[in-house]
Design a protein. Sequence first.
Length: 446
Amino acid sequence: MSPHATGRPQVRRSVAAGVPLAVIAALVAACPPASAASQGAHVVRTATLGNIPLGAFSNALLPGTVDNDRGVDLGGIGSDVYPTGRKGEFWTVTDRGPNGQIKVDGTKRRTFPVPGFDPAIVRIRVSGDTVKVLDAIPITTSSGKAVTGLSNQAGRDEAPYSYDASKPLSYDPNGLDTEGIVRAKDGSFWLVDEYGPSLVHVSARGRVLTRYVPKGLNLTGADYPVVEALPAILLHRKINRGFEGLAQLPGGDLVMALQSPLSLPDEDAGDASRTTRLLRFSPKRRAVTGEYAYRFDPVNVVDPSEDDTSELKISSVVDVGGDRLLVEERTDKAARLQLVTLDRRANILGGAYDDDTTSPSLEQLEDPAASGVPVLRKRLVVDLGKVSGVPGKIEGIARVDHDTLALVNDNDFGMTDGADAFDAQGRLVDSGIETTVTYVRLPHGI
């Protein structure tokens, strides 16, 4: 059902029936103290990406896509990171490109200063204290054109505007706000996107093979195959908070994480909720095979300086063997990594909480476990907010070895919000935040 539809009755459903209390209790566990989990974790290496003009980078991949980069350098590659299999080398992916917000007549407008920017897969190498770009692959449509990072649909996505929020831009059904990345054995890539939210399969050279979206999205006009294969409940994703984390399990299945709780039944409920969802997708079956309730810790536990629950996000999920994952809970200033197992007994796919008429919704439950919902069990591995030298806004995490993680931050292309983001000549006033790869060693491993 579309989140814009009205007039449907609210139905109260119970999901506790048939789920043994012992099972629910086994799936829910409290976290150990942060100090115990983080003791001894430390940064062993930091490397920084140099300044690469965005126009030169983009036009080298797809000539003529960027006519004015407004002084913006390549950034945003910290949206996710995935090991290439060679020491110190990683696949990364940019997000939709430079974007910000400017308030006009009391309303925030989403700006795209470089509207021709095309999201790209970027191969990097950490060499000493430097991050080097080895290769880059543009993400393209079936006809080889840039997908762009522009909003897809009027009425569902934010309206796109020029750098100064003075001129509206056109929507683009091909546009992708790419986030997570993994590489399949055949050399193709899987990405997740925040707009749909969607799961995107692209070839080894970046051409979109299939974009999997929620049932009922009705995305038309895209220059690549669009398949409605994801649960319709995902139509209620919060704006700019679609899929952000993506992991590939040893058998090839994919796990996607919703960055934030769904807006069910409305935005206020989603902003107040601490319950989001993980989904399991089988590339062989081309279908979602599992859905799991994931419970955030209180926001002031994740980030003692924050009291707004809506600032909680999942930005990365990392396979660590079997059906186990590291899940990153974060705000823009702090992050904690939790270890979870995708227990089949916790699968809620196709149940009452996939029906948007269920009241209260999963997101509204103050204590889902007490209401009969099997919540994923988790254990705190490390509180990155307590590790000196870890930057803010970590979005990409890769496992280097048993004891070491590589963390990449999203520097937002050096952009800030507000009318002062650009000078009088329309050139970026850079925030000074750089893209870095930070290695963190965990004394007890994973």
